[in-house]
Ligand binder design. Structure first.
Ligand code: ZN
Length: 283
């Protein structure tokens, strides 16, 4: 298990398992001759992708960022994506029960980021984390409700509508501190309203920072500013916002957490001697 401390907080990567995505879709306009030097696709040109949630234990509250694919996929998508559904098992291994989660944050509402928000129980769809307040961006939810031709498949309302109806999910209008040391920041590119999660802890002079960057930079193989996924709705904004991110995260040594990296869920982005972006592992 990947676990570290950040100031007074404990951070644990908790995985829902892995799934397979088309290599071309995963690397957008980047030619296969380039990306296949970093990762090897299977015979169907698919790459294994992680489903990394982040558990933040502040000492006072347990915060879960992202909830993977979950266990409610329709049969047709189970055929395509399987249904790893490992998150609750891995939370248990991390020592946390669903009842112990106080806050759930969804960076956006694609099915592979909020699937375990809810479960089916007795013919109803209910919160997986009964004592949690859930947070997502209102603009993201509104976009999902539109069910547009381009990305309707990514938005499955049972993952969030029952929580909005019960009052358990709070829709945010932009950047916001969720609790001391944990805040969300809207970073467009992948979607218009995707939010990253900033985590800060420690004394004034030795404050340590981490960022769950979500699909702005899905894996450590996507560090190059132009290596963006074909799923991104606003690729020019992805490029601009990656530049902005590196301008802060590199000098301030933020621990970057990647949602879809199987082998390296986190690390420090740096520039090597030829100024290329590389990932330094956690010491
Ligand atoms: Zn994703």
């Amino acid at each position: 298990m990947h676990r570290t401390t950040l100031g007074d907080f404990e951070l644990t990567v908790v995985s829902d398992g892995t799934y397979f995505l088309d290599g071309g879709a995963f690397f957008g306009v980047v030619p296969k001759t380039l990306w296949s030097k970093k990762v090897t696709p299977d015979e169907q040109n698919r790459l294994e992708a992680g489903l990394n949630s982040l558990l933040v234990c502040t000492g006072d509250k347990n915060v879960l960022i992202e909830t993977g694919i979950g266990n409610k996929l329709p049969d047709r998508l189970v055929q395509i994506f399987k249904q790893p559904a490992k998150l609750l098992d891995n939370l248990h291994i991390a020592g946390v029960a669903p009842e112990d989660i106080d806050i759930v944050i969804n960076t956006h509402l694609h099915f592979d980021h909020c699937g375990w928000n809810t479960v089916r129980r007795g013919g109803q769809i209910v919160a997986t984390f009964p004592n949690a307040k859930y947070y997502a961006q209102r603009g993201e939810w509104e976009h999902g409700c539109l069910q547009l031709e381009r990305d309707a498949i990514s938005y499955m309302s049972p993952n969030y509508d029952p929580l909005i109806e019960s009052g358990q999910m709070i829709l945010l209008d932009g950047d916001r501190e969720i609790l001391p040391g944990v805040s969300v920041k809207v970073i467009p590119g992948h979607t218009a309203n995707m939010q990253a999660v900033m985590i800060e802890s420690g004394g004034v002079n030795e404050k340590q920072k981490a960022c769950y960057i979500s699909d702005l930079i899905p894996t450590s193989n996507h560090l190059d500013i132009t290596w963006a996924m074909a799923f991104d709705l606003f690729p020019l904004q992805t490029i601009e916002n990656r530049k902005k991110y590196y301008a802060q995260a590199i000098p301030e040594k933020w621990l970057t957490v990647f949602t879809h990296d199987v082998a390296k869920p986190w690390g420090y982005v740096e520039r090597d001697e030829r100024s290329r972006l590389v990932l330094a592992p956690l010491a």
